[in-house]
Design a protein around this ligand. Structure first.
Ligand code: PMP
Length: 455
């Protein structure tokens, strides 16, 4: 086994997230993760680290689950690969569509499989525009997303995302993409109550549609609870108003479930949690708990009817769409979530405990302004002045330093939008492990406060 130092010399291609600082990563050296079990990962130097991010919001059932490993093995032996291009399909893909249609909100019964969340959202862009073309409204092309929304890293989905650093970095926003405000009461709400602010933030969509002209708007996209943007869970008034506006102006609604799906919010999908009835529902991550790459788009029957009118071919597909082994792993993953009652466990047991424990820490901590999120998404807002809701300026390095302290304390937590820090552990985390997570998070925040003289 190479040491981290040795790996560092070899590895010159770090994947950079908008909220990490490349110079910092290079300086500190990348941990090489060599194995994992339950909610823990180990690095090449033998450190046991609590994975507070479930990989990258994916490992719902925890690491090392034999059922998923067996499913992949069996499928690779029987049929490692086949595609859907020659009027062909494969059993695990067909079965996965059936199983998913029982979990998704009513009407979302058609599935297109991808390899990732980005491809799922890219697929939505193509299908939604094609839908409007078939309906005789080819000018309806614009997608409206939100600031601090994250929908992927392809050229199109980075324009769909509302992450300013991505837009600044390599290209301007593509044409036919627009963004409205993120529903973040803490920084945007002023003197309004949360509910009043929820309505106001949603009505920004109406303003944007009127500005662009409803005839030019294809769809609105939002994560039920914004993940990478900083665990932004909208006020209860937000989604009903968004839906009313979409219906009024004939704008399709896309709920990006890549993070929220598969139990993380305490329901199978974030759309259930917030009462959203989407036209398209992209998903990935928790679909296979990350054991093999797979994403999917759930498509509403009424949309699919138009797309497939007269048995029309849709010219869209990837070599690995519906990969048999990835579908088999997804099936085993869903079966395990059901067998262990993990969605119910999140809702009525572990998420309430996780939130209460985090809340206690947040209330007492001088540099934490609020706890956000839903279910097993927990985000803490870093502030310089708790009483006046003053968040740290965007260039302040506290979140990055906090992440560094966390990894020294053997915890993975992640800096996110709005100068916040997120934890989103596997759904199987125990109460003792939640205590360990919050303890290590607190210690890392204490060290950060001390380093910057913020306390
Ligand atoms: N949508 C959301 C909400 C995400 O969080 C992500 C990934 N973090 C994506 C889409 C893109 O998924 P992928 O990285 O699998 O392409």
């Amino acid at each position: 086994v190479r040491t981290t130092q040795q790996w560092q010399g070899l590895d010159r291609s770090h994947h950079m997230h908008p909220f990490t600082d490349p110079r910092d990563l290079n300086k500190k050296g990348t941990r090489v993760i060599t194995r994992a079990e339950g909610v823990y990962i180990w690095d090449s130097e033998g450190n046991k680290i609590l994975d507070g991010m479930a990989g990258l919001w994916c490992v719902a059932v925890g690491y090392g689950r034999q059922e998923l490993i067996d499913a992949a093995n069996e499928q690779l032996k029987t049929l490692p690969y086949y595609n859907s291009f020659f009027q062909t399909s494969t059993p695990s893909q067909i079965e996965l569509s059936h199983v998913l249609s029982e979990l998704t909100p009513p009407g979302l019964n058609r599935f297109f499989f991808t390899n990732s969340g980005s491809e799922a959202n890219d697929t939505v862009i193509r299908l939604a525009r094609y839908y409007w073309k078939l309906r005789g409204q080819p000018t309806k092309r614009t997608f409206i997303g939100r600031k601090f929304g994250y929908h992927g890293s392809t050229v199109a989905t980075s324009s769909l995302s509302g992450m300013a650093p991505m837009h600044d970095q390599d290209h301007e926003l593509l044409p036919h993409f627009a963004h409205i405000v993120h529903p973040h009461w803490y920084t945007q709400g002023g003197d309004l109550s949360r509910e009043e602010f929820g309505l106001q933030a949603a009505r920004e969509l109406e303003k944007k549609i009127l500005e662009l002209g409803a005839d030019n708007v294809a769809a609105f996209i939002g994560e039920p609870c914004q993940g990478a943007g900083g665990g932004i869970d909208p006020p209860s008034t937000y989604w009903p108003e968004i839906q009313r506006i979409c219906k009024k102006y004939d704008v399709l609604l896309v709920a990006d479930e890549v993070i929220c799906g598969f139990g993380r919010t305490g329901e199978w999908f974030g759309s259930h949690t917030y009462g959203i009835e989407p036209d398209f529902m992209p998903m990935a991550k928790g679909l296979s708990s990350g054991y093999l790459p797979i994403g999917a788009v759930a498509i509403h029957d009424r949309i699919f009817e138009v797309l497939s009118e007269g048995g029309k071919m849709i010219h869209h597909g990837f070599t690995y769409s519906g990969h048999p082994a990835a579908c088999a792993v997804a099936l085993a993953n869903i079966a395990l979530i059901k067998k262990e009652g993990l969605v119910e466990r999140v809702k009525s047991d572990i998420a309430p405990y996780f939130r209460a424990t985090l809340q206690q820490m947040a209330d007492a901590h001088p540099i934490v302004g609020e706890l956000r999120g839903v279910g097993l998404i927990g985000a803490v807002q870093l502030v310089s002045d708790k009483a006046n809701r003053t968040v740290l300026p965007p260039t302040h390095e506290a979140p990055i330093k906090a992440r560094e302290f966390a990894i020294q304390n053997n915890l993975i937590m992640r800096p996110a939008g709005l100068q916040s820090l997120v934890v989103a552990p596997p759904l199987v985390i125990t109460r003792t492990q939640v205590d360990e997570l919050v303890d290590k998070m607190k210690r890392s925040l204490d060290q950060t406060a001390q380093l910057f003289g913020l306390a």
